[in-house]
Design a protein around this ligand. Structure first.
Ligand SMILES: [Zn+2]
Ligand SMILES: [Zn+2]
Length: 573
């Protein structure tokens, strides 16, 4: 039987999560997992904190904390944010835990035995002023490809290429700020990706019509000619020890160990739930498992090149089926940046607007095909104009009217035969189309589809005008309210992968419970199910309150001013 392993990029335990992260990897993974669950598929969603590497070391030192307590802090902060925004993982682990190192060593052993890992002398930068090695993010300079002036020693955040630090133009030490930097020769252990080029391309080319148009050509252009060997060890004092006597004191490079976290965390998950399944045989190495990595574009190379090669060549796991990477989400047209104040505090935004409004907006602007931008005015316009008007209002008007006039429940006679009505047929067609859209991992289009069903329901309700019908013929009005209530129930199921909180609030107004099977039937367009479900009527439990509070203009103006003010303040420092 088919299984799904959904992973979302391990958040780096080095600072707060922002909306760009949520829209880039976690919301799409969460929506997709919820979609599969509604369909009754066997799916697990795995993630966890990525807790090694130079950036963490620099910041922990700056704060005077030891590395472990520093990463533990951010791990728990991230977990809280995910809980608030209803991003559900089956397991959210930590790469600084011993279970993870145990798994990493198994990968190393296999790759080392196959001579895919070999020592090699390497030119590295060294700061003469503070006497430190400068791998990765310990050094910054001008990108030799695109000219961006804050390229790091591991990658260029602007054009996304891997950086060979010795080629950086005008390098600067990030530890002490000096530019008195020399090149020295150091032995490191390399992952010999070049040996694997032909086999890699054979696998990669099979993804041509599967992967996104923003992902495949990008990887294609970077791997067509050759694969570059990559150093996977570093001279650092934080990380997983390289288990070779001649590599004493060296640690694995964070990018070697981090993606293995998906695998080690899966093992922990199965142990936690007391499963008898084997994490490799039954999941990662099972040909019936679809492995889907959700991430943002800056992580593509590692997930599309290095990790698949490590998996295939170590023989521990199968390569991924899909890597639906998103582009970037900006803030009012500029990159999110805590240090420059161009930033939204995610906790206060949650306090102010709640998960439903924020999830709705982030999904509806999700940067699936191109970069997009979070803008406060647009946020208010979408929440007020779409979510509150289209969904909130309809439910409010219909259920209030129902509660007032048929407090004892709606007559089952009027609840019958929804699937044969014109609106029932339209709904069914829209549901089937929605399934195809979300199977194709297009979540922005998916939520648009659900909103278009909301519009259909609104038109239906306004055209029949039950309040006017009630005066002429209360039975006609009851039929309208009954069929609109069914549309509302369907809408709540369709919304549940996107807005699980709102979906539940809507369903709670009705006096019935849906089983997972019922939900699946509704979600796949088997709308005949309502004839059975509602055979003894339908009762509204209470008059609805405002489900989606409207956002006032002055609240938004204040937030815009605060953002500009904070940025200017920091600019003047
Ligand atoms: Zn660049
Ligand atoms: Zn220095």
């Amino acid at each position: 039987m088919k299984k799904y392993l959904v992973t979302s990029a391990l958040p780096y335990a080095n600072g707060p999560i922002h909306f760009g992260h949520l829209a880039g990897a976690y919301l799409p993974a969460d929506v997709y997992t919820r979609h599969l669950r509604l369909l009754g598929e066997n799916v697990i969603h795995i993630s966890g904190s990525d807790e090694h590497g130079v950036a963490i070391m620099l910041n922990a030192k700056k704060e005077g904390k030891n590395y472990k307590s520093y990463v533990d802090y951010w791990h728990s902060e991230h977990k809280k944010v995910f809980d608030k925004f209803e991003v559900d993982f089956d397991f959210f682990g930590q790469t600084s835990e011993p279970y993870h190192a145990e798994e990493v060593l198994k990968w190393f052993d296999e790759l080392y035995k196959k001579k895919l890992i070999e020592p090699q002398d390497n030119q590295q930068l060294h700061c003469k002023s503070c006497n430190n090695h400068l791998p990765d993010r310990f050094v910054e300079g001008i990108c030799y490809k695109c000219g961006y002036n804050k390229a790091r020693g591991d990658e260029c955040p602007n054009c996304g290429i891997w950086i060979d630090p010795v080629k950086l133009i005008d390098p600067v030490c990030k530890i002490c700020g000096s530019s008195d930097i020399e090149e020295i020769t150091v032995t490191q252990w390399y992952l010999k990706l070049s040996k694997y080029h032909e086999k890699y391309r054979k696998w990669f080319e099979s993804k041509k019509n599967v992967w996104r148009k923003t992902v495949y050509p990008f990887v294609d252009s970077l791997t067509r000619e050759s694969l570059h060997d990559r150093a996977i060890t570093r001279d650092l004092d934080w990380g997983i020890d390289v288990p070779l006597p001649e590599a004493k004191g060296k640690k694995f490079y964070v990018w070697f160990d981090a993606p293995i976290g998906y695998v080690s965390n899966t093992k922990q998950y199965l142990e936690k739930i007391g499963s008898s399944e084997d994490y490799l045989k039954d999941w990662w190495k099972n040909d019936d498992t679809e492995i889907v990595h959700f991430l943002a574009k800056d992580n593509i190379i590692f997930h599309a090149v290095i990790f698949p090669v490590m998996g295939m060549e170590s023989g521990r796991i199968n390569p991924p089926s899909d890597i639906p990477a998103n582009q970037y989400l900006n803030l009012e047209g500029k990159q999110f940046s805590k240090s420059t104040g161009w930033y939204i505090d995610i906790d206060s935004a949650f306090e102010q607007f709640g998960a439903d409004a924020i999830r709705y907006y982030l999904i509806s602007i999700m940067p699936e095909q191109s970069d997009s931008s979070f803008a406060w005015k647009d946020f208010a316009a979408k929440v007020n104009g779409e979510l509150a008007n289209n969904i909130g209002n309809l439910i409010n008007r219909c259920l209030k009217f129902a509660y007032k006039n048929w407090e004892g429940g709606l007559n089952p006679e009027y609840l019958k035969g929804f699937v044969q009505t014109e609106i029932g047929k339209k709904f069914k067609a829209a549901i089937l189309e929605h399934k195809n859209i979300v199977d194709g991992k297009e979540f922005k289009k998916g939520i648009e589809q659900v909103m278009s069903m909301g519009q259909m329901a609104n038109i239906y309700f306004s055209d029949l005008a039950p309040w006017a019908q009630y005066k002429e013929d209360p039975m006609e009005a009851e039929r309208t309210i009954a069929l609109t209530s069914i549309q509302i129930i369907i809408l709540s199921i369709m919304l549940s992968p996107y807005l699980p909180g709102l979906s539940k609030k809507i369903l709670d107004y009705f006096d019935f419970k849906l089983t997972d099977i019922d939900k699946k039937r509704i979600y796949t367009g088997e709308l005949e199910v309502f004839d059975e479900l509602l055979a003894s009527g339908l009762k509204i439990m209470e008059a609805p309150k405002a489900l989606v509070p409207k956002i006032e203009e002055k609240v938004i103006s204040k937030l815009e001013e605060d953002l500009q003010g904070k940025a200017e303040e920091l600019d003047n420092v």
